[in-house]
Design a protein around this ligand. Structure first.
Ligand SMILES: [Zn+2]
Length: 234
């Protein structure tokens, strides 16, 4: 079971199965693919300051790419139905992360009671703007996109035992909503992730993080809607 889920993660990384043989995704070089992790890449393995810096900038690129992919997915659905007045809804598929269903539901509840300009909603795989997956990965948990609009959050078994699992899930979901990592922040910041250590169990975004998400979804979605409407008019 775990093995097949790991294989899905490999597919999501845009690597071809051919040539990988039976290798698990953990066999890939940790810095090879940009990931928006729960802990800084530099704290996971010994790295020079320079490669740690480039890993961090690759991570923030991955954050932006994921957020853009989700924005585009939501905007394209709204463009098909321009008269929609309902709140902006981001649909997720949690069927491939059954171990974490309670944490995912709690994360959804936290975000939906924290921000007003976007709503998370559980749905089927075909309707989903992104998905949750689970498995074992030496890089821990992360948010990732293949660059073609199919983003997913990977929840790592071991990291979710070491750190508060609801905080990990809500943090990674923060990336979907557009927030970058800020590992040096305090425990009261959700996006400080694993920075404050495993004793930090706060799973709630602070006021700054809330207002940033609200702003991102007003401004970001407007731009993505323009693009989606242009595309559908062609
Ligand atoms: Zn992160």
């Amino acid at each position: 079971m775990r093995k097949s889920l790991s294989s899905l993660a490999v597919l999501g990384l845009g690597l071809t199965m051919a040539g990988l043989g039976t290798a698990a995704p953990a066999a890939a070089s940790p810095a090879a693919e940009p990931h928006a992790g729960f802990v800084a890449e530099s704290s996971q393995s010994a790295q020079s300051a320079q490669s740690a810096q480039s890993a961090r900038s690759a991570e923030s690129d991955a954050n932006r790419a994921f957020f853009q992919a989700v924005l585009e997915s939501v905007a394209e659905k709204r463009a098909e139905n321009p008269s929609a007045t309902a709140a902006v809804t981001v649909v997720y598929d949690a069927s491939r992360a059954p171990t974490f269903s309670a944490q995912i539901a709690r994360s959804t509840q936290i975000w939906n009671s924290s921000v007003s300009n976007v709503r998370l909603q559980s749905g089927s795989a075909s309707a989903a703007d992104f998905s949750y997956r689970e498995g074992n990965d030496s890089r821990g948990s992360y948010a990732s996109t293949d660059g073609h609009g199919s983003g997913y959050i990977f929840l790592d078994y071991r990291q979710n035992q070491q750190y508060d699992s609801t905080r990990v899930t809500a943090h990674e979901t923060g990336h979907v909503l557009g927030l970058p990592d800020h590992y040096s922040g305090p425990c009261s910041e959700l996006m400080s992730g694993g920075g404050p250590g495993p004793s930090c169990t706060n799973a709630i975004p602070n006021a700054t993080e809330r207002s940033r998400v609200n702003r991102l979804w007003v401004n970001g979605l407007a731009a993505a809607m323009d693009k989606a409407l242009e595309k559908s008019a062609r």
